[in-house]
Write a protein that binds this ligand. Sequence first.
Ligand code: ATP
Ligand code: MG
Length: 572
Amino acid sequence: MKWSETYIPTLRDDPAEAEIVSHKLLVRAGYIRKLAAGVYNYLPLMQRVLTKISNIVREEMNASGALEILMPVLHPAELWQQSGRWQAIGKELMRAKDRHERNLVLGGTHEEVVTNLIKGEVRSYRQLPLNLYQIQNKFRDEIRPRFGLMRGREFIMKDAYTFDRNEESFKISYQKMVDAYSKAFTRCGLETKIVESDTGAMGGKAAHEFMVIVDTEGGENIIFYCDKCEYAANLDKAVSMEPDPAKDDDEPKSLQKVATPDAKTVEEVTAFLNVPAKKLVKTLLYKADGEVVAAMIRGDRQINEIKLKNFLKCVDLEMADAPTVEKITGAAVGFAGPVGLKNVKMIADEEVPRMKNFVTGANQDDYHFINVNVGRDLKIDHVTDIRNAQAGERCPRCEKGVLHTTTGIEVGNTFMLGTKYSESLGANFIDEDGKEKPFIMGSYGIGITRTAQAAVEKFHDEAGIIWPASIAPLGVEILPVNVNDDKQREVAFQIYQKMKEKKVEVLIDDRNERAGVKFNDADLIGLPLRINVGGKSLKDDKVEIVIRRTKEVILTRPEEALERCTGLLAHL
Ligand code: ATP
Ligand code: MG
């Protein structure tokens, strides 16, 4: 590939639209261009990266026994109504209408379509297990499309679906996918951490996410992991134990209402009353599908709305607005409390019932209660884990290790769906015992476009991208320093021709540009190896091979450049 004949529109400056480093680099290095919020063009270099990642994923899927198909993007709404997700997903579902005013969905995932596909056709247990997958553009009307390809509204995903006759067989199918995923990401040069995750709108029993650990801003997910055992979970799933659960054995003291003028926040109230935040219970009012509920949590804790939403099994959860709070509590926002609160479902975090003599709002402007005790002063309807875990707490699995946090990018996801879709869509098979049973299903996604950008977020330096060789758009860039120099041109093109004959993927920067511009562009686009042809080394009949990742320079004779490069590429 000749630079002069391809299309690599590099930019000197960071694009204003980009916040995180990988997004900036992909735009600057001429890999992607935005069409609309969360919708991108993939330019020639990007298309090559995406093809490489897709092929690695495809090979590992095929090796696991999965079968590639291609399903439609356009779905009739009826299927989504049958599964319940037409309502449950809400605005993220990309909807359209045809000329007959019939509702359509632009697929963001294909559980409904694939279940409908095999329904009535796969009839016998003898046809199971079955794993069908595709690589395709997906549509999701994300509330906040951002960070370039990380969270798009149109993006490329590999999605797979397994069908099994029983739990035992399903476990094997699921494990095969987990193994295939680990292999595929490793081959892409990305080590992943597998973490337990929330099942969200996908439904089902359990789920795992594959995370690329990064310490940059692109690491959107907070991950908790134990330093003694294998436990790892994301923020919405992680549970924790207090490092040293202090037993609150205090005798209940008598309830008192105290004036707390102008003190509303936890900080203000605890400072005013001179108690630690651990001694206060926050009462937060939410609207869950329109119904007001109160969530109680210790003052120094953060509520996790996903946990609360999952517990309530609601579609929409939002903080109650000020007029609602005032109507329910009879006081301004900031003074809500559980004592005397009526007609509201009360949900408390697990820590709350263990607390004694705590502080709460008094449902009256400028007043709080002290010495509140569960049972005597208030009744809780449900106790459950609704708080964020915190680093430093104890591991809930081994109970010995300490939880630590790190940040990561979710590049893949596996879900145990159970029979949610087979039952709602009526997809059954006849088992060995002659009985009709719903398929046990799993679904598995890999974000192809997100994986590409995750690699950039992980591997770059101040000068540009550093692709792992396996997913680099090309392996080698040949850079004749001055294309007007006959000798340089000749040597550079000789190496180029030889590499092309030997199927080494090579780019030659044949532009009549200043050397500085070409060197900068080479670093920016980030091919694993560069061959500088020119200057003093060429006088000694040598060329320089520069390893992008380490900046190491290897002097070699032009005739040996090909062999040296193929040797090096195998290890990059
Ligand atoms: P997230 O929590 O990041 O929204 P998700 O749980 O919605 O992801 P899945 O539905 O499991 O994701 O999709 C499978 C994979 O597709 C994800 O692991 C991710 O790599 C990718 N993906 C999901 N949403 C997007 C998006 N909006 N843009 C790009 N890639 C995405
Ligand atoms: Mg999502």
